[in-house]
Design a protein around this ligand. Sequence first.
Ligand code: COA
Length: 275
Amino acid sequence: MASTTYKNVIVEKDDGLTWVTLNRPDKRNAMSPDLDQEMLDVVLSLEGDPETKVLILTGAGEAWCAGMDLKLYFRELENKPNERIRAEWTTHQWRWYRLWNFPKPTIAMVNGFCMGGAFTQLVACDFAFAADDAKFGLSEVNWGILPGGLVSKALQVCLGYRDALYYSLTGELFDGKKAEEIRLITKAVPAKDLKQTVTEFARRFVKMNPETLRGTKQGIKAVRDMDVGQAHEYLMAKSNELKARDKEDGYSKGIKQFIDDKTYKPGLGSYKRPE
Ligand code: COA
């Protein structure tokens, strides 16, 4: 396994899967400006990296991520407006704009505490698996702020109105099982099974046509905020873009193998891809 270690992040590549680990375990992987700067570099460098077919985001030690660093991001930048603006831009670039639009499948593997600002990258990932006993909390209300940045907006993607208000206004902790029940995450599993579950799930994408995956996820995400007419136009254009980008020509191969060769059925799995 090839590995790159930044000061606050570890990147490990293993046969198509790239594991990105926030690595400030002593601070529960709270996001400092330095960590955010490194993460922006990591995510940008993985977007076009041919070795990365799936990105998995996790945390070192007992936390996934304890949100923004209250000391280094909040207090120390209070009277440094330019540094604050830069830090604010950097953190949202990697946690939302780059991750939400990342051109390959992304999975949050939540191994422990997921607090406040960490909900932004949790929602930005396409899938989220958590340990049954991982602890989630919108703690902002407990220390005099609201779920700012993009947290309140990101919540709307996954949570219903009642749950978004309940957990934002109470600051109540909830576990992985509850997070699955309210559809904040894809699935909760016992902590001992978490890594294996995520690895097996991620492996399926390594075998799939990357252009189809890219177009599909971007389509689903983009049309959320469009009206029907815009969505229709967008999806027609996106379909043409996919065909133009797909050097493998999965569309023609799939039709040929089903209609002419009768070697597979689209409803039952993937067409035979070239080796
Ligand atoms: N910002 C800055 N430092 C943080 C932090 C954060 N968000 N979360 C944890 N830390 C630091 C603690 O200050 C402590 O540092 P120290 O060893 O120098 O005293 C260290 O990380 C360990 O944290 P601790 O609180 O002792 O761990 P815990 O396991 O008992 O509790 C939490 C874990 C997540 C419940 C608790 O750390 C916490 O409430 N963190 C803040 C969560 C939050 O509100 N985040 C939202 C920010 S938007």
